[in-house]
Design a protein around this ligand. Structure first.
Ligand SMILES: [Fe+2]
Length: 390
């Protein structure tokens, strides 16, 4: 066992987070360390877990973790606890609103031991929870405000001097966690931008396929929402859709743009593109999880697709969604040798192939999506491309 995994095993064995020894130095040290560490996890739940670790050792019922919005003009509530029955649907507060806004503006820790006697803030916060004492601290790194941590209690004098030291330490560690999270997100955006640029460059050579992957990703987003897929899986679906044909980079233009039927060798070449694409993605840690999705986007629900001849739910769900959006875009877009089909014709074709080529549940979700989202929003790029080609 390596040194770091030994340390991790020690912490997990001695102090599982749910029943860390509250009030002890060990429990508090663990919470401070773990709170910032949670912010390095993927997904929005990272903020909830960081806040839970922050609250557990202080023992106060209300906790709020805000981050400063891009542009720096408001605080966004990323996680909360103890707000039941208040205004949990209020996602942001202004920099001059309430205790947390005041702390963001002044960059000073504020401790209120008795709201009534203190007089600076009311007993009901802007988010609607009642408090008689509160502690709020700016989350800063290298002179930059990143967010605010606010803890509150319905009792007076809820925070001992030692609690305040722990809260300051939490803010310091949350700042490190937030900073690392932002670096990681920025790096991921840049990385994905490069890969998507590669896919765009591949399509840009050909007016017929230009914008295809972006349109398919856009449709997948909406179909995914209809199916109840939430972030972060919805984002992974969109990224996979935007890269689904990246394996065509190895197929000659003469084959890709051939107007007539393909010969056997050419067809084989084309049918290798999901494999080539998956192999490319496997080499890139940021998108390696999407390799099976890209590999499966030409499989058929009833079997007989390529490259693996999978069927039904053997095919990854996101591949089945991309398959429907991919086919729809191909039918709507005109080719040099044929007009694009109307949306009614294309939907009828997909419905006719439900069960054989497409997952019936996703074909149904597509029809529902077109009805609820609207053709103009779902296919915003279709018309200009139609005009270019015809
Ligand atoms: Fe494809």
């Amino acid at each position: 066992m390596g040194k770091s995994s030994q340390a991790e095993a020690f912490w997990n064995a001695v102090t599982p987070e749910e029943d860390a020894p509250t009030g002890t130095a060990l429990g508090r040290l663990r919470s401070v360390v773990v709170a910032g560490h949670h912010l390095l996890e993927q997904g929005a739940r990272a903020y909830e877990r960081a806040l839970a670790s922050s609250c557990i050792q202080i023992g106060c019922p209300v906790g709020l973790l805000f981050i400063l919005r891009p542009g720096g003009n408001a605080l966004e509530l990323m996680a909360s606890q103890g707000l039941s029955g208040c205004f949990p649907d209020v996602p942001t507060i202004g920099l001059h609103e309430g205790l947390s806004g005041w702390v963001a503006t002044t960059r000073q820790m504020v401790v209120v031991n008795d709201v009534e006697a203190d007089g600076r803030f009311g007993p009901v916060s802007v988010l609607g929870y009642r408090r008689l004492s509160a502690a709020s601290v700016p989350i800063e790194h290298d002179g930059e405000l990143l967010g605010v941590l606010t803890l509150a209690s319905p009792e007076v004098n809820a925070f001992a001097a030692e609690d305040l030291l722990v809260i300051e330490a939490l803010a310091t560690n949350l700042a490190l966690g937030l900073r690392c999270r932002r670096y990681r997100e920025a790096e991921a955006r840049n990385y994905l931008g490069i890969i998507r640029g590669l896919a765009t460059a591949l399509e840009a050579k050909d007016a017929v396929t230009r914008g295809h992957s972006a349109r398919v990703a856009h449709m997948c987003h909406h179909i995914g929402r209809t199916l109840g897929i939430e972030r972060p899986p919805l984002e992974r679906l969109e990224v996979a859709a935007s890269l689904h044909d990246i394996g065509k980079i190895g197929v000659p233009e003469s084959v890709l743009g051939k107007p007539g039927p393909l010969d056997a060798a050419e067809r084989l070449r084309i049918q290798q593109h999901p494999v080539v694409g998956a192999e490319m993605l496997e080499e890139i840690p940021l998108v390696s999880d999407l390799a099976p999705v890209v590999r499966g986007h030409h499989e058929r629900f009833g079997g007989g697709g390529y490259p693996d001849g999978l069927r039904g739910e053997e095919i990854p769900l996101h591949s089945r969604i991309i398959a429907v959006a991919d086919a729809l875009d191909a039918m709507l877009m005109p080719r040099p040798y044929r007009m694009g089909r109307t949306i009614e014709e294309a939907l009828a074709e997909i419905e006719a192939c439900a069960g054989s080529q497409f997952d019936p549940r996703i074909a149904e979700a597509l029809t529902l999506t077109v009805t609820t989202v609207g053709v103009a929003h779902l296919f915003p790029a279709a018309q200009p491309l139609r005009e270019i080609i015809t």
